[in-house]
Every structure is written in C-alpha cells, then in structure tokens.
Design a protein around this ligand. Structure first.
Ligand SMILES: NC(=O)c1ccc[n+]([C@@H]2O[C@H](COP(=O)([O-])OP(=O)(O)OC[C@H]3O[C@@H](n4cnc5c(N)ncnc54)[C@H](O)[C@@H]3O)[C@@H](O)[C@H]2O)c1
Length: 268
C-alpha cells in the first residue's frame, strides 16, 4: 500500500455489509493509514454487520439518520472528539428509493415516497455539508465525495426516481463545492460508478441483465466496488487537491460508448 491517507481523519457513511462500496472504502482507507468514524442509519446498524468492520479497522460506529440535521450535528461533533480534530475526508454512500423498493412504476410515482427517497438519496448530501461547513469541521484541502450513477444524464428506465435523485445530488456537489472551495479550500465531487452487485444496486429491476450489458459495453469492463474504493482513496489523498465540483465517471469507459462489438454480435 502507499500510505496515501496517513494521518487523515474521516467520516464514512453507508457501509451496510461486505458488498457495500462504503465497506470497501473503509477497508482501503484503513490500509492507507486513515482513522475514521463509521456511520449508518439506526435501522441499518441493527440489520447490518458494521461492528465487524469497526473492529477490523479500529473504528467507532455512530448511528445517524442522514436526513436528520440533529443526528448529523451530533455525529460531526462526536467524530471530531473521537478523532481529535478536524475532518479530512467524508464519503456519502447513501441511496434509497421507496418507489423502487415498492416496485411502483416511474409513471405512477407515489410522491410521498418520491420525497422520502429524495431526502435520503440527495438532500442528505446537502445536510451533511451544511453541518460540516457551518461548524468549520473540515480541514483545509479536505475532500468530500458522494457516489452517483449515470442515470443522472441518460435514461435507464428501471432506475426510476433514483435518476432524478442522482441529478439533484450531482448538482448539490457543484453548488456546495463552490462555497466549500472558496471559503474552506475543500473539494466536493461525485463519483459515477458502474452497476455494482450490492444491496442497493441489486434492488433495481432487471439488475442482473443490466450489469451484464454494461460489462459488454465497457471496453475495460465494469468497475468493481473495490476498484471504486481505490478511486475514492485517490480523491481523498493529497494527489487530487485541485479537482472539485466534478462528476467523475468510474465505469470502464461505458459513459462514452455508443455501441461495442460484443453488443453488436448479439444482433448480427
Ligand atoms: N450498486 C450500484 O450499482 C451503484 C452504482 C452507482 C452508484 N451507486 C451508489 O453508491 C452508493 C452506495 O450504495 P451501495 O451500492 O454500496 O449499496 P448499499 O445498499 O450497500 O448502501 C446504501 C447505504 O445507504 C444507507 N442508508 C439508507 N438510508 C439511510 C439514511 N436515512 N441515513 C443514512 N444512511 C442510509 C444504507 O443503510 C446503506 O448502507 C449509493 O449512493 C448508490 O446509489 C451504486
């Protein structure tokens, strides 16, 4: 390993189980010398296996519902106490759509569910940055990353209202990134990841066929959760200090493809 995060302190949202992208980020951050607090919604802590990850990485776990400013405030205050200072990196790895979960078609959205999913998947990113910004909790040249998906730019019919949530999330990264950069020299980016077999990913209708299609469309193949973690570590390191307000595709080339030979072969 490269000691890329030696001495850095962070908060990692969204590790649920070993498949979670945030889980892999935590393991890689630990290997690279970082100290961090792990957090997830109270219900996820009851269902998930976060304690095992905490033990493995020498981290503490703090429950926080990412839609609650009160929870986020307590989380940030306690994290600074535990870690002994300001925060260098934050991962927002949170997504959930009630419409998707209840298999409600996009054209027939239940708007209470839409609002709930938007609050969890998009607005929570604003709330987290609101607390970090107003508490001046981030170190200079700190780095904040949220995970997103290309359905923010292009239509993937079964991604449902998560597409709209991701578009909003990416916009928040730009808008808040301006103020965080100007005032605190902190960078804010989104990483747009390939389809990945996790609890959230597999919940999308037709996921198995789709992940295979993306694999065949991408010249480098789909990016795995571990590869996403590696890229995220580089975004937390001092090697990417001037990258901010970007949506960064981490998808084996998929986003710039029209059609590939393996996909054409299926139609010839
Ligand atoms: N899996 C994919 O195909 C894929 C592709 C691109 C982007 N992403 C994004 O990556 C991120 C991580 O998802 P994942 O694939 O690792 O799945 P995951 O299911 O392991 O992670 C989603 C996390 O969101 C957490 N969460 C839900 N509601 C919450 C709340 N109210 N407060 C705090 N946390 C809450 C869950 O507990 C869970 O840990 C998400 O933003 C997802 O949209 C996933």
């Amino acid at each position: 390993m490269y000691n890329l995060l030696k001495g850095k302190k962070g908060i990692i949202f969204g590790a649920l189980n070993e498949q979670s992208i945030a889980w892999k980020v935590a393991e890689r951050a630990h290997e690279e010398g970082a100290e961090f607090v792990l957090t997830n919604a109270p219900i996820a802590l009851r269902m998930g296996q976060l304690n095992a990850l905490a033990e493995k990485t020498g981290s503490q776990v703090i429950a926080a519902d990412a839609t609650s400013l009160e929870d986020i405030t307590a989380l940030v205050e306690q994290s600074m106490e535990i870690l002994g200072g300001k925060i260098d990196f934050v991962l927002h790895s949170i997504g959930m759509s009630v419409n998707v979960r209840k298999k409600i078609h996009y054209t027939d959205s239940n708007y209470d569910f839409t609002a709930k999913g938007w609050d969890i998947s998009a607005l929570s990113f604003h709330k987290v940055m609101n607390v970090l910004y107003n508490k001046k909790a981030m170190s200079e040249w700190g780095s904040i990353v949220a995970l997103t998906y290309m359905a923010a730019q292009r239509v993937f019919p079964d991604y449902n209202d998560m597409a709209d949530n991701k578009a909003y999330l990416e916009s928040i990264a730009r808008s808040f990134g301006y103020f965080f950069g100007r005032d605190h020299k902190v960078r804010v980016n989104t990483i747009s990841q390939s389809p990945t077999p996790t609890t959230a990913g597999s919940g999308v209708k037709g996921f198995d066929g789709f992940i295979e299609y993306a694999e065949k469309m991408s010249p480098l193949g789909n990016a795995s959760a571990l590869e996403c973690a590696d890229y995220t570590i580089s975004m937390f390191s001092d090697l990417t200090k001037k990258v901010t307000m970007q949506n960064l595709f981490h998808d084996g080339g998929f986003s710039n493809m029209g059609v590939s030979d393996p996909v054409m072969e299926k139609f010839e």
